[in-house]
Write a protein that binds this ligand. Structure first.
Ligand SMILES: [Zn+2]
Ligand SMILES: [Zn+2]
Length: 294
């Protein structure tokens, strides 16, 4: 059935972004941080969720009123890589809302303005990747927490977000923004291209791992990291894998057989996982230093 044009979109805001995301990740959590100004609301109405990160953001996943059969509740269903966040000032700057229909002030947008906001969020949802989770701002931390889908990056277990202290049940590990690759300046006078002289380097087939990885760490993993002196989440995660049998390397990925359900999942895969395709050869580990698999 063809979807009717968006008549209205409601806006809900979470002044405490951490509590708000905990409430989104686990509906059993006691966190109820929302502010809203619903006037006339109907089942199926879309709801945009604004979070008071620094700078303020809006979630790229739109919730719907009554999606679980309850008309007093809006439910957001993020994709497999979690919901994204877009800075709301930039979104307003790049979208032509009518006067008086600014999603930073209004509780409801109507007609064309509602459609513009929905489209802008859809575009933003398509355009996001893991590089947006580098840096140390609260916007970045909120992205990392949303991406976690409520699982610890240290042990892959679900976080316990049901207690009164749910917002303290984890630590968000942020990582410096990596510098872009410096260009290789090649000024040569020889008549032959350099690859003819040196060949293709062996390492070009090996995965390029980041120095560290942004993630959410449960209390237990925080304690284990601290006790063992780890400040780097990627090193901590790899420390739970065996050393390479061939070269003794410590950055060994765990093999994953099958195919990711979509390209987003593939590109968003954590660096300790090696997608090996559909044919299960019984192997379990891949060394990222020498490429040996066993
Ligand atoms: Zn953990
Ligand atoms: Zn190796």
């Amino acid at each position: 059935m063809k979807q009717p044009a968006t008549k209205r979109i409601h806006i809900v805001e979470g002044p405490d972004w951490r509590e708000s995301i905990v409430a989104l990740l686990d509906s059993r959590s006691p966190c109820r941080p929302w502010r809203y100004g619903f006037g006339e609301a109907h089942e199926g109405d879309p709801v945009a969720i604004v979070l008071h990160t620094e700078p303020r953001t809006v979630m790229t996943t739109v919730a719907r009123i009554g999606a679980d059969g309850r008309r007093d509740r809006a439910v957001a269903k993020p994709g497999l890589t979690g919901s994204g966040l877009v800075d709301i000032d930039s979104l307003v700057m790049l979208t032509r809302f009518d006067t008086g229909a600014d999603p930073r002030d209004a509780w409801v947008l109507y007609g064309d303005d509602a459609t513009r906001l929905k489209r802008a969020l859809k575009r933003a949802d398509r355009r996001r990747d893991k590089s947006m989770r580098y840096g140390h701002s609260s916007l970045t931390a909120a992205r990392i927490l949303l991406r976690s889908r409520g699982r610890c990056s240290g042990c892959s277990e679900l976080l316990d977000l049901t207690g009164e202290d749910a917002t303290e049940a984890f630590r968000i590990h942020t990582v410096d923004q990596p510098l872009r690759d410096a260009p290789e300046v090649l000024i040569k006078e020889e008549p032959f291209p350099s690859y003819k002289e040196q060949g293709i380097p062996d390492r070009c087939w090996l995965p390029r791992l980041p120095a560290d990885w942004p993630g959410v760490v449960c209390r237990r993993c925080c304690a284990r990291m601290e006790a063992a002196g780890y400040t780097n989440l990627l090193d901590f995660r790899f420390s739970q894998h065996p050393e390479c049998r061939k070269c003794g390397g410590r950055r060994v990925q765990v093999a994953q057989f099958g195919m990711p359900v979509n390209p987003d999942v593939y590109w968003d895969t954590s660096p300790w996982i090696d997608w090996r395709g559909c044919v299960n050869d019984g192997g379990k580990w891949t060394c990222t230093d020498c490429g040996y698999q066993w």
